[in-house]
Ligand binder design. Structure first.
Ligand code: DGL
Length: 234
């Protein structure tokens, strides 16, 4: 039994969608959410810069006494999760674009993968694509979509035009992978654009379930009810 909090971080609001799923899956756990708004956007920076930001996030969360960390960001995960696992003696859960389930569910059309430019460049992501490529994967990095979501989080419908402008280029799509946690907030707009004819995937459920398994395996589950949910912005 261990009732220390679990740290969850992202460059901004994107990871809140992951936090929400974790809160549902782990009702007894306490959480600290860290939004690295000074580092935002991660997706347009260099590998080295984001490695440093990720390190800063983890150190800040360590200062909060966390027992595990969720990198609630596909970009941070692709850049830095391997070195975090080597460096820190604590369970880490990352977010990965849900390419595998999308390809498995895709029977005839294309699989459109929306993600940040930096995530798309990473070796970890390229390997994922190589492993699951069915010849119908469309990898579509987005320059400034995460920033737009960050700006309009209280009114994401304001992003209807930019979202539709992006999707208009992609026809014959059967599955859409929201490979950036910020884009998860755009799910209703993506559904609206394709008229509900497509399947949409994100990594949130998988990450929350993985977190639960790791806590169980490491004997770190809390059995007391939830007492704290803290938000930090740096
Ligand atoms: N939310 C992050 C992700 O999942 C990226 C947002 C950003 O570019 O800062 O990749």
């Amino acid at each position: 039994m261990n009732d220390a909090p679990i740290g969850v971080f992202d460059s901004g609001v994107g990871g809140v969608s992951v936090l929400k799923t974790c809160l549902d899956v782990l009702p007894n756990e306490n959480f600290v959410y860290l939004a690295d708004r000074s580092g935002m956007p991660y997706g347009n920076k260099s590998h080295e810069e984001i490695e440093k930001r990720v390190e800063l996030c983890v150190r800040t969360l360590q200062g909060e006494g966390v027992k595990a960390v969720v990198a609630a960001c596909n970009t941070a995960t692709n850049v830095g999760i391997a070195s975090l696992r080597k460096k820190y003696d604590m369970p880490f859960v990352g977010l990965e674009p849900a390419v595998k389930p999308a390809v498995a569910a895709c029977t005839r059309g294309n699989v459109l993968v929306l993600l940040t430019p930096l995530a798309a460049k990473q070796e970890k992501f390229r390997e994922l694509v190589k492993k699951h490529d069915n010849g119908r994967l469309i990898i579509a990095p987005q320059e400034d979509l995460a920033e737009k979501v960050e700006e309009h989080i209280d009114d994401f419908r304001a992003l209807k035009k930019p979202t539709f402008d992006i999707l208009r280029a992609y026809k014959n799509v059967e599955c859409v992978v929201l490979g950036c946690t910020h884009y998860v907030f755009l799910r209703p707009l993506v559904e609206e654009f394709y008229g509900g004819r497509i399947k949409i995937f994100d990594g949130n459920d998988g990450a929350a379930r993985r977190l639960k398994t790791l806590l169980e395996q490491n004997g770190k589950m809390s059995c007391l009810g939830r007492r704290s949910l803290k938000f930090i912005v740096i």
